[in-house]
Design a protein around this ligand. Sequence first.
Ligand code: 1QQ
Length: 404
Amino acid sequence: MKKTATLTTALLATCAMVLSACSSNSTNTATNTSATTTTSDTIPIGIALAQTSNVALLGQEGFVGARMAEKYFNDQGGINGTKIKLVMQDTGGDEAGAINAFQTLINKNKVVGIVGPTLSQQAFSADPIADRAKVPVIGASNTAKGIPEIGEYVSRVSAPVSVVAPNSVKAALKQNPKIKRVAVFYAQNDAFNKSETEIFQKTVKDQGLEVVTVQQFQTTDTDFQTQATNALNSKPDLAIISGLAADGGNLVKQLRELGYKGIIIGGNGLNTPNIFSVCKALCDGVLVAQAYSPESPGEINKVFHKAYVDQYKKEPAQFSAQSFTAVQVYVEALKALDKKTKVSTMPLDKLRTELNKQLLAGKYNTPLGEISFTPAGEVIQKEFYVSQIKMDPSGTNGKFVFLK
Ligand code: 1QQ
């Protein structure tokens, strides 16, 4: 036992000095956190997002944005000549999947930091693991209250519901100043949706409107007849939905099918073109607040926007812009750190700690505009937007039109 420990220590000391001598085979143990990055010629950044389950409707856009950032920043020379390498781990849609992905990225893939997970509900379980292991996590789509407060190593580039959601209520009132009676719907099994509905309900009251009914559902539900009928009985002239993509899209559809004619606001879980295939032509008109605009000025957004449109033939989604931004924050923080001490010579535990400090201190010109962080890791962002879904009459194609 003692002998193994000594050998490991010796090996680690070598690893710390000569990065290229250490393959992942020689350092691949769950308890080993003092080894440097696993290969000499790339710096691994972990991406833990949902590629499977219902949550993939939201997570896949994150993967796309992260990949675009990897290519863009590596083409620019990476970290002062060393390329980054994204290590993708699918979290699925639940907490266990996110915990698993985090543990693999931290202990096996030996990443310098993590982008993810997709849902706040997953972050409240998985982020504490990274925090305890002193591995930086940047949330790129976690918007619930309390995410940065999970720990010292947790920050986010996805602005919280408190600053994003109220914008859509104001936009609805602009379109129909006569709105008085508001029906609120939310998924009660999801941390983000509980947080978002609180903000929506507060905003409604602050605007002098009345919440006439609050209807609850589960993110896994597909049948909303009861909730929609209950809500219609209270004669609302605005409906506000906090759900995820599939459930949210189905609720929009069923509300319209039952004859609801007023404005519908969708929260951040409906902020994806992936809902078009769920509510089809009936998605038309839904208002969704945005933390990203494809038209945002700034060089890096022009580059990101063009690359995205060239590749996917449609406007970039908010979740893609946010995960691009999260990777950018790591790249720029690593570059700044590397100028002070070559990151390839730093032991992995030291690199993770220094990287976390560095990223919180920086200012970044991103596709989201200029951002920085509070000491707690909350994003400081200036511009927010509201979009309205425009579907073609066939219901197959649609887009988010940004309101002036
Ligand atoms: C959260 C969210 C979701 C809609 C992300 C996809 O904002 O879980 O915080």
